[in-house]
Design a protein around this ligand. Structure first.
Ligand SMILES: C[C@H](O)[C@H](O)[C@H]1CNC2=NC(N)=NC(=O)C2=N1
Length: 161
């Protein structure tokens, strides 16, 4: 086969190739899995019955901007606060405890040497409520009063390198 024939054959092969936009794989309907799980739970709050969803969504969005994160099942909200000392971490916990007692709404808290994990959810009615938002806002104010620091700046305890 001479060079010219070979080039013609090659050109014909290229022109016979379907354009990329017509390739079935690119136009196939989305996988059934995509439809089965259109949204993971983490993208939607599970508001408790009777809540003003529009107002609560606005407040929740503001909290997400402040470092709060939705919990795994969307029923609540969580944040870790960092402190330079264990004393400050415990003082922060006590400030939250006092407000919790007064408002009759209680968090789950995990205290470490220089940080506190806080989780808010409402047990009855079950779900995320304005009470959780109000208490989360109180946590932010208390943390600021206690001189909370950025995550990397908190006191840590562990093996030194
Ligand atoms: C009777 C009492 O006020 C209730 O059991 C309160 C106590 N603390 C609470 N705390 C939280 N996080 N959710 C509640 O639904 C709740 N209920």
């Amino acid at each position: 086969m001479n060079r010219l024939t070979s080039m013609r054959l090659c050109a014909r092969r290229i022109s016979n190739t379907r354009p990329l936009s017509r390739l079935p794989s690119l136009h196939a309907p989305a996988s059934p899995l995509t439809h089965a799980f259109p949204r993971m739970a983490s993208t939607a709050f599970q508001f408790a019955e009777g809540e003003d969803v529009q107002q609560l969504t606005r407040h929740a969005d503001a909290l997400l901007q402040q470092g709060w994160a939705q919990d795994g099942d969307g029923m609540g909200i969580t944040k870790t606060f960092h402190f330079k000392s264990y004393f400050k971490a415990v003082a922060f916990v006590n400030m939250i405890a006092a407000e919790s007692a007064s408002k009759k709404h209680h968090p789950t808290m995990t205290v470490r040497i220089g940080s506190v994990d806080v989780h808010w959810t409402t047990h009855r009615p079950r779900g995320f409520t304005q009470k959780d938002v109000t208490m989360a806002q109180h946590c932010d104010q208390s943390a600021s009063l206690m001189g909370a620091v950025d995550p990397g700046q908190g006191l840590k305890c562990g093996p030194t390198v």
